[in-house]
Write a protein that binds this ligand. Structure first.
Ligand code: NAD
Ligand code: UGA
Length: 468
């Protein structure tokens, strides 16, 4: 009989992943539960106003919701009903006590594990879907399989803890889930562990093998799986910081970072992906996961390795400071009361997610300079308003940022347009119309190098790029 699945955590990872698992396993019941009732209500909204924006997600949810995918706040009933429990709760950077600013805050994870143990009446496979520090599975297994009294054998249900990290990227999540480069399942090398890994592999194989080909389902021990996820994100983040470090040098020397990246990336050993210079990486995971790796290295006394990885985050922060420094210089060393229109607030195109977005940091730095800021974004304005609520209060010395749907309106009377997110709509705007409505000299700072510079210069703009 097919085992039922529950996922605890209905966020960016739980929602899309379970929707695709349900699509590819129509003969399994899949439940997604969360303590956040508003989020669950949005997943259940009659007109499919889902809590996150992700291309292709709505279609999948329309297909499976109510068929074999169910969203609920009744966590305990779902745990009781299921044999496989995915845990996709958040694991933010800890902001207090030991490891503050670096280590993962595991309190949500541990609370979840304790709840699973308290509720369960039958054996379960517990799957780490969240990104976790190495050896978390051992801690979880200790909590889950702990006997009521020391020295007693636990006669309650048995729990096998696996690591199944997720590699999807936002904006392409549905495609990444439907056609993953690989699925990684780490499990204990025991008979129960191997059986559990085989069970989860069968979920990813899909009904009648319709989904992930067997050779793309990679299995390892649990510690390798946990570390691989951190290492993969750290390598990707490192590439972004490396190309951004080269971008600074390009600006100083007259080289063009896009040309350098194109030719470097043509070497198949280097590859073309993740070599796009820009405002630095954002998103909820790169910074958190690199910092977590730094903390792990420090914990194990690997201080030079810790410093190396910390450099990736430092370089990223520096990239955003550089953007403001360059604006400052270009705008005659005073920004106070000038108007800058920020085009794009999401951390990348095709998502409404603004967690750790480079635009957030740049807007705050500009706000410190008392810039009049107008922010526009096709999907992220409500998150932007929430993120910046503290600098939008009345009575502050700096002007509160404005949030404007229409980019033409955002740019009206502005001294500069600062493009922060590479939404496809921006290159196609009527830039002559924008120029006509701006104060002169009119500047465009394209931090994503996605606009047609020559065309902009012909219109009359002064143009800044990253790495050129
Ligand atoms: P998120 O904040 O969007 O979602 C997490 C959800 O867990 C929230 O809705 C929260 O209410 C819920 N939650 C927290 N504690 C709970 C509890 N005790 N019981 C029930 N629900 C609870 O976070 P996310 O972006 O989905 O990330 C989750 C994890 O997945 C993180 O570890 C992250 O590193 C990892 N991850 C995320 C992505 C991504 O693209 N966002 C990709 C790969 C891995
Ligand atoms: C990233 C990883 O790509 C996923 O594999 C991983 O599952 C996920 O983190 C996670 O663990 O959460 P994501 O953050 O959604 O995915 O998006 P990316 O496409 O990796 O972009 C991250 C940031 O780097 C964005 O701000 C993007 O604009 C920036 N970036 C990316 C660049 O500046 N240059 C590039 O060449 C690539």
């Amino acid at each position: 009989m097919n085992k039922n699945i529950v996922c605890i955590g209905a966020g960016y990872i739980g929602g899309p992943t379970m929707a695709v698992i349900a699509k590819m396993n129509p003969d399994r019941k899949v439940m997604v539960v969360d303590i956040n009732a508003d989020r669950i209500a949005a997943w259940n909204s009659p007109d499919f106003e889902l809590p996150i924006y992700e291309p292709g997600l709505e279609e999948v949810v329309r297909e499976v919701r109510g068929r074999n995918l169910f969203f609920s706040t009744d966590i305990d009933s779902a745990i009781l009903e299921c044999d496989i429990v995915f845990v996709g709760v958040n694991t933010p950077t800890k902001m207090f006590g030991r490891g503050a600013g670096r280590a993962s805050d595991l309190q949500y994870w541990e609370a979840t594990a304790r709840n699973i143990k308290a509720i369960s009446k039958s054996d379960k496979i517990v799957v780490e879907k969240s990104t976790l520090p190495v050896r978390t599975a051992a801690a979880m297994s200790s909590i889950l399989n702990c006997p009521a009294m020391p020295g007693e054998a636990s006669d309650g249900p048995r729990f096998t803890v696996l690591s199944n990290p997720e590699f999807l990227a936002e904006g392409t999540a549905i495609n990444d889930l439907l056609k993953p480069d690989r699925v990684l399942i780490g499990g204990p090398q025991t008979p129960e562990g191997e059986a559990a890994v085989a069970e989860i592999a069968s979920v990813y194989a899909g009904k009648d093998g319709c989904w992930v080909p067997r050779e793309r389902i990679l299995t390892t021990n649990v510690w390798s799986a946990e570390l691989t996820k951190l290492a993969a994100n750290a390598m990707l983040a490192q590439r972004v910081s490396s190309i951004n470090a080269i971008a600074g040098l390009c600006e100083a020397t007259g080289a063009d970072v896009d040309e350098v990246a194109r030719v470097m990336g043509a070497d198949h050993r280097i590859g073309a992906k993740f070599l796009k210079a820009g405002p630095g990486f954002g998103g909820s995971c790169f910074k958190k996961d690199v910092l977590n790796l730094v903390y792990l290295c420090e914990t194990f006394g690997l201080h030079t390795a810790a410093e190396y990885w910390y450099g990736v985050v430092k370089m990223n922060d520096h990239q955003q400071e550089r953007i403001v420094t360059r604006l400052f210089k270009e705008m005659f060393n005073t920004l106070a009361n000038k108007k800058i229109a920020v085009f794009g607030f999401a951390f990348k195109a095709d998502t409404g997610d603004t967690r750790e977005t480079p635009a957030g940091r740049v807007v705050r730095l500009l706000n410190e300079e008392h810039v009049r800021i107008s922010i526009t974004d096709p999907k992220a304005l409500s998150n932007a308003k929430r993120d910046l609520a503290d600098i939008c209060r009345e009575g502050l010395a700096a002007p509160a940022p404005l949030f404007v749907d229409d980019p033409y309106e955002a740019a009206r009377d502005a001294d500069a347009v600062l493009l922060m997110t590479d939404w496809k709509l921006y290159p196609n705007l009527d830039w002559a119309r924008i120029f006509a409505s701006m104060r002169k000299p009119a500047l465009v700072f394209d931090t994503r190098n996605c606009l047609d510079d020559e065309k902009l210069r012909t219109i009359g703009f002064k143009v800044l790029n990253v790495g050129k």
